[in-house]
Design a protein around this ligand. Sequence first.
Ligand code: SF4
Length: 268
Amino acid sequence: MQGRRSDGQTKALSRLVAIAAGTTGTIGGTGRTGAGDRLARVRSAIISCERCPRLRDYCARVAQEKRRAFRDEIYWGRPVPGFGDPRARVLIVGLAPAAHGANRTGRVFTGDGVGGSGDFLISALYRAGFANIPTSHHPDDGLHLRNAFIAAVVRCAPPANKPTPDEIARCLPHLDAELGALPRVSVVVALGKIGFDAYLQLLKQRGVVLRPRPEFAHAATYDLPNGQTLIGCYHPSRQNTNTRKLTAAMMDEVFQLAACLAAVPARR
Ligand code: SF4
């Protein structure tokens, strides 16, 4: 972010500052009371986190060097907090921000290109009634989630999309804090085996005993002792969607199931 900024860049910078302060509509537009206030505090803690030098260095370097198509934009370049409805019953757990997607835009599953993982996920959420539009291109695109919140196990873009086990362990407290600020969550959709296993790791840290241990499979559903239902889902990466390992119909199966389960009060 060196040198003189154009008007457009100044507006973009103001926008990023607003995201950092949690004053935009990125947490569902339901106001800043109760769960919204708690989430705003969690957001601030995530955005200022510096626990992983390798990831912080990588994100800052990508934000400085940029991809040619985005050379006139100011990248977010910070850890990316979750996004969605503070009153969500459904929590979606992804892996990590994309280097030129959420690391650029500052919003999870946002800006990774037409037909990328963001559009694939959000279009499924739209069809299931959780999202008001079927795409996720920019923090100003008007996307709002209803009854759903999207988070990730790692909040900084990792090189080659591969966080280390230590980095996942260091970042899990952020997911724990977001979960603590989402009191109505009763259904968790874990995207990919890494996200699924990380969520099990978090449950173990929370004292939830899982026997037998749930195994990741697409659309596999587990009733957990804490009253939540955990659903596995293949990650909507381009690798999975381009090879049709994951299709739109398979995503619909998961999120229509999540919508049905979320309509039922959590078992406690
Ligand atoms: S990956 Fe998580 S724990 Fe590590 S620096 Fe980023 S926000 Fe902090």
